[in-house]
Design a binder for this molecule. Sequence first.
Ligand SMILES: [Zn+2]
Length: 635
Amino acid sequence: MKKFSIKDLGVKVGLEIHQQLATNKKLFCNCTPIESDEYSIKFQRKLRASKSELGEFDPAALFESTKSKTIMYYANPQSSCLVEQDEEPPHELDEDARKIALIISSALKSNIFSEIYPMRKTVIDGSNTTGFQRTMLISQGGFYKVGEMKIGIQSICLEEDAAKILGDEDSVRKYGLERLGIPLVEIATEPFEVELEQIKKIALSLGRILRSTKKVKRGLGSIRQDVNVSIKEGGVVIEVKGVQQLEQLEKVVEYEAERQHGLLIISKKLKEKNWIYNDEEDKKNITELFSKCKSKIIQNAIKKDQKIFVISFRNMAGLFGYSPYEGIRLGKEVAELVRFFGIGGVFHSDELPNYGIAELDIDNLREKLKINENDAFLILAAPEEKIHIVIDQIIVRIEYIKNKGIPIDTRLATQAGETKFLRPRPGAARMYPETDIPPIIITKEELEEAEKNIPKSWDESIKELQTKYKINPQLAEQIFDSRYIELFEKIVGKTKANSTFVASTLCSSITKLERSGLNSDLLKNEDIVKSFQLLEEGKIAKESIDIIFENIMSGKSKTTEEALKNASIEAVDEVELEKIIENIVEKNQEIIRNQKERAMGPLMGIAMKELRGKASGEIINNLLLKNIKKKLDSS
Ligand SMILES: [Zn+2]
């Protein structure tokens, strides 16, 4: 196995950022984009193999159509209407979305078109009820700077977000319509060649430019990154979708570059072996032959009336398991492809005997296929109507790797920072004009307006936050990058709460609770505001805020008021507090006698346990200190 050095590969990376805009309406209707899992409407569509309206053939559509699926849509009338259900034509383009898109284009010095043509982009996975996504090219070119680096912009589009996937159940896929139609800008950068460590910074900077407009959505799912990766020798750009966190970016790029280079090495080996496939000789039905095979997967397949097939690969022994870099194997490429068709059972000769497939089974196979130890084979179990399509696709893929190198896929980032096969790259026939919406004319006045509204740079925004609210730079960055920046300004403006305390509560306290598995989506802005109001009115202590948040985020309470009751939080007045503290000191004279001033530690623990959320830690601390001293003086 080679030691992999990414520096020698000439890796080029391009980013594609999808950012939801914070508008009150959706892009082409009046619905409010609110998240809710209450669905009163439910309807179903059969997924059809769609030819685009220009009549050209789309390979990705063909591919997807081999997986027959029923799509079930769930809708809430508060967040969707007949437009989302494809029962009514789209309304006019939302004014706010149009303005924000122009501001973002201006901020990135991108050349805005004077006429914008809404297009339909074919979508075949059911995530749009219409079978297409509406998209508009707003501008081309432009750049932004990251330190000394200048990152070029390719294009900026305004488009509709897709429906939210709720899950798969057998051959039914479920989507919720609340997200469908939310305005989204898609920004594609020019490919750049940088050190791996810089990629995150480049993506982060672009995200910060977008957030500086204060007109984009925050929080989970509101920004998504795709990344395009190519290596010099490979000559193809591979699109990797769905990078969830910036932390994943570096890993994903590294893995994908490694995979691409690994495939080139495998390609060379395939050429050396001079492998050629013969459909007649190399594909055999072995359902009968394997009827007594001990493998559970094989037996389950036979029970389900599936067929077992074997494909032989002459002179290819060792190649499926060969791994030029760790985790990069031809066998893995095949397994991913097969899984895409919803088929679990595929074995290659380099991993056998294993999984219940015995030496005897293999001998029988070799005899039937007239092959020997120098040859490789794949065993596949699948429903009869699928198996030949899948085998064809496997052969096409391996032939492609042999003759051309890296297959042009669309891939998906995994949590572990790898990439896996998602579908073949769609052809150019995916776009065609949207005839329901007239072209959009951008006036000179609009352009000037957008120029005027270009936001301050991120650095300036951070400095402004620091001075205006007297918070430290680190906290200013944290609150600016969080989804609570607007809320923070509102709370600090409305109440006399200490800005540092508010900012760190919104950043660290909520994050801490999230990390312990609680759901911050349950905590509504109005309840956060309410909590700080109660604090200001002296009705609760500082410490109670965390308790309220915890109570709501864990689902025990729905509102701040409920949380107050459920967690029995009420501030005690000073007279009563003093009494409680005196009582604690009285009860623990023993500790005070033994430990003198150091009794403070254990007693504070006792007091906090009794008074958690009822008085501030600072006041308790002072009262305890005073009373312990008194006790020591009098003894
Ligand atoms: Zn609607």
